[in-house]
Design a protein around this ligand. Structure first.
Ligand SMILES: Cc1cc2nc3c(=O)[nH]c(=O)nc-3n(C[C@H](O)[C@H](O)[C@H](O)COP(=O)(O)OP(=O)(O)OC[C@H]3O[C@@H](n4cnc5c(N)ncnc54)[C@H](O)[C@@H]3O)c2cc1C
Length: 457
């Protein structure tokens, strides 16, 4: 690899001074910063066009320089952190809307458009882009696709990949390819689009996407039910499914999460509450009201309090509070190691209780919250930011947590991906031959291993 000054000089000659910067701190970390992770880079490139993304990748590929694609930098797996140096390729200037056909429920956007903008555009035309990951103002649609992000409403509507009709991406050695497009079905060829979705920048750089939209539901009516124990809350969650209720979202927060985030809960948390189930009914108004009634009936047994906000402002306030839970938990001690394991729904209670037990064994406050309906927990170990010993214990606790998830029949990641922080851990849940195939896919796309090295594999 050429020295930093030569890389900067040559890339500047190729792309212009406006598009190439020396490595600034902002581009060297992501949302794992509170666990002390930061990388190093020789240059940051901010291309204006997909063609410039292709030129950058081609330049790097020819000279054996690693390339790390970067969206909004909100990832929780250090996927956008440049661990091995090289070039950080920021997509933030690729934010054009290439086409919007509301009457065909279809949107064609560049990868750097913030998630919240995609959702706003759809909403303004009476449509909805259902994926709703928490950091929507900062994250980009390209980053959401690269991590196959979820969110509360993935329970009914599925994760980001379910809404991608086609992708434009730059793949090694620097070529722009298109898979899928403005079409709703496509079974020609192996599913390269799905390989790129969730590939965390290790197979290609996504430059644009065709997205599928839906007419927005007329009404969205949440229900918040508080319980005194996790056992009562988990039974209520299973009752919702067992009753055949199709909720739009089915979330939970355990006692320690409520202690960290509950102070700002709209209307306050009832005394003695140690578990919250947050569900939502949506659809045409009459249908949403019927489903909400069914939700209340399923949730009220053993509940300390059940709330059903109806005013749209109260509904917005409730979901805004839910969006802030992760930040409130970080604020409790200043830092956290937060994972995203998945378990079969009937093992949720064991995973919630197991998280607290693992934390206690390592001398750490632990909590979990997340997408109960999907069995997806944000199991979290809290720590003071500068406490190096606690950080080491939290990393060890996370390893025990992954083992627990796999033992319960689950997965080490339901949302954030493998990135850097979970590298090597896929072996916990996959057989050697499956791991070999995984590595072969990487080699087929990126024979030199220069795209986001050290991640995912
Ligand atoms: C407060 C908070 C709440 C969150 N809530 C959720 C949630 O509910 N659900 C959820 O799933 N996640 C959640 N996350 C995690 C994070 O927001 C998601 O992983 C998000 O999809 C990352 O998008 P980004 O644009 O920030 O990507 P980055 O963090 O910049 O990158 C993530 C990965 O994608 C790759 N990448 C980024 N852009 C591209 C591209 N254009 N082409 C190829 N590769 C690319 C990077 O190399 C990296 O490996 C949350 C994070 C925070 C801080």
């Amino acid at each position: 690899m050429a020295p930093t000054t030569a890389i900067l000089k040559e890339l500047t000659a190729l792309l212009g001074t406006d598009s190439v910067l020396p490595a600034a701190a902002f581009y060297l970390h992501d949302a794992t910063e509170s666990r002390g992770l930061a990388g190093r880079a020789d240059a940051v490139v901010l291309p204006d066009t997909a063609a410039d993304v292709a030129r950058t990748v081609a330049w790097c590929y020819e000279r054996d320089v690693p390339v790390v694609p970067r969206g909004g930098g909100t990832g929780f797996a250090a996927g956008a952190v440049p661990i091995e140096g090289g070039v950080v390729l920021g997509l933030e200037r690729l934010r054009h809307v290439r086409a919007f056909d509301p009457l065909l429920w279809r949107l064609h956007v560049e990868a750097g458009l913030p998630t919240a903008e995609v959702r706003r555009l759809a909403r303004e035309s009476g449509l909805v882009f259902p994926p709703d990951p928490g950091a929507a103002e900062q994250s980009q649609i390209g980053g959401n696709i690269a991590t196959n992000a979820g969110g509360p409403h993935a329970f009914k509507y599925g994760v980001t990949g379910a809404w991608v009709l086609g992708l434009e991406a730059v793949v090694p050695p620097g070529e722009l390819v298109t898979v899928g497009g403005p079409i709703r079905k496509d079974v020609a060829g192996y599913d390269l689009k799905s390989l790129l979705i969730g590939s965390e920048g290790t197979l290609g750089v996504i430059t644009a996407a065709w997205l599928r939209l839906l007419p927005a539901p007329e009404a969205s009516l949440p229900v918040a039910a508080f319980y005194q124990t996790a056992a009562a809350g988990c039974e209520a969650i299973e009752r919702v499914l067992g009753s055949g209720i199709v909720a739009a979202a089915l979330e939970f927060l355990d006692g320690a999460t409520l202690a960290a985030a509950g102070r700002s809960f709209p209307g306050g948390v009832p005394a003695g509450a140690r578990f919250l189930v947050l569900a939502e009914a949506d659809g045409a108004r009459e249908e949403a009201e019927r489903v909400r009634l069914e939700l209340v009936e399923a949730l009220e047994l053993d509940a300390a309090r059940v709330e059903r906000p109806a005013d749209p402002r109260d509904v917005t306030a409730l979901w805004r509070w839910r969006d802030g839970v992760s930040i409130a938990v970080t604020a409790r001690l200043g830092g956290k190691v937060s994972e995203d394991v998945v378990v079969p729904l009937d093992r949720l209670r064991e995973a919630i209780e197991g998280t607290v037990e693992i934390g206690a064994r390592h001398g750490l406050e632990a909590c979990s919250w997340g997408h109960a309906g999907d069995g997806n927990l944000h199991s979290t170990f809290m720590l003071a930011r500068e406490d190096v010993g606690a950080l080491e214990r939290a990393e060890a606790a996370a390893d025990e947590l992954f083992a627990l998830a796999v033992r319960l029949g689950g997965s080490i990641s339901g949302e954030h991906g493998i990135g850097w922080t979970k590298r090597g851990r896929l072996a916990l849940q996959w057989a050697p031959r499956a791991l070999e195939l995984h590595a072969e896919v990487k080699r087929a796309f990126d024979p030199k291993g220069l795209l986001n090295p050290g991640k995912k594999i």
